[in-house]
Design a protein around this ligand. Structure first.
Ligand SMILES: [Zn+2]
Ligand SMILES: [Zn+2]
Length: 241
């Protein structure tokens, strides 16, 4: 997914944070405070709110939101300081020059487990910093080299596994996957086809007797055809209403 650039969600187009030519890599963060799941139309406002709270933080003396990118549970990556700007989030000046910082909208309580969409969004953010900001291959967590729980155990486990893009779960696609009911229908249909009388009839009529594999594939196609027809009918009914 494309990065949502600063000007696209109401931030000044360019960050005033210091220029940085390249980094070793990217550190992943979380909020570390209670955070609840929310509809996506509230996410941009939440990122603007993080920026406002960072600018109001007199202790840290931030010139902008501390992170280079911020990623919501729906997979959108909001540009923070952006590529080629030094982060303020990694703990001290040395660590801030070493790596960029990407923050996930995950809490220490409430929403604590990253969604697949969020993991894709973090990858998008990392790839943007590599392609447009000279980030190196290294990926770690805020806790690497700094005493903090950030980015939380679930997200850190993913980081340690090499931050892979999640694989598509085909069970979520009703046209592609068979339900238990479908499997039973295929099995019964195969058994019904596969009897000697039917084979004898086919032989007498000079038809080829398909093997079991052929029966299964044919029946599978018929059953999944039914599933996609049901989808079409539902779509039409929804239009009518
Ligand atoms: Zn952190
Ligand atoms: Zn969102």
């Amino acid at each position: 997914m494309a990065i949502i650039r600063r000007a696209q969600y109401g931030l000044p187009a360019t960050s005033p944070a210091a220029y940085i030519a390249k980094t070793r890599g990217v550190k992943v963060h979380y909020l570390g405070t209670p955070y609840s799941s929310r509809p996506h139309d509230q996410c941009a406002a939440y990122v603007r709110q993080i920026r406002a709270s960072h600018l109001a933080n007199k202790k840290e003396n931030y010139v902008d939101i501390a992170y280079n990118h911020v990623v919501c549970e729906h997979g959108a990556a909001y540009e923070g300081r952006g590529p080629h700007h030094q982060t303020g989030a990694n703990g001290n000046a040395t660590l801030n020059r070493q790596d960029y910082a990407v923050c996930a909208l995950l809490g220490s309580s409430g929403l604590t487990e990253p969604t697949d969409a969020m993991l894709h969004g973090i990858r998008d953010a990392i790839e943007d910093l590599r392609e447009n900001g000279g980030a190196g291959d290294w990926i770690g967590g805020h806790r690497d080299g700094h005493p903090t729980d950030c980015p939380g155990d679930p997200l850190y486990a993913w980081v340690q596994a090499g931050a892979p893009r999640p694989k598509k779960n085909t069970e979520e696609d009703p046209v592609m996957a068979l339900s238990d009911e479908d499997v039973q229908r295929v099995a019964l249909a195969v058994l019904a086809y596969r009897n000697k009388d039917a084979d004898e009839k086919s032989k007498k009529a000079g038809r080829r007797i398909p093997d079991v594999y052929g029966y299964i594939v044919g029946t599978y196609q018929a059953v999944t055809g039914i599933a996609s027809d049901v989808k079409k009918i539902l779509a039409l009914l929804q239009k009518e209403n």
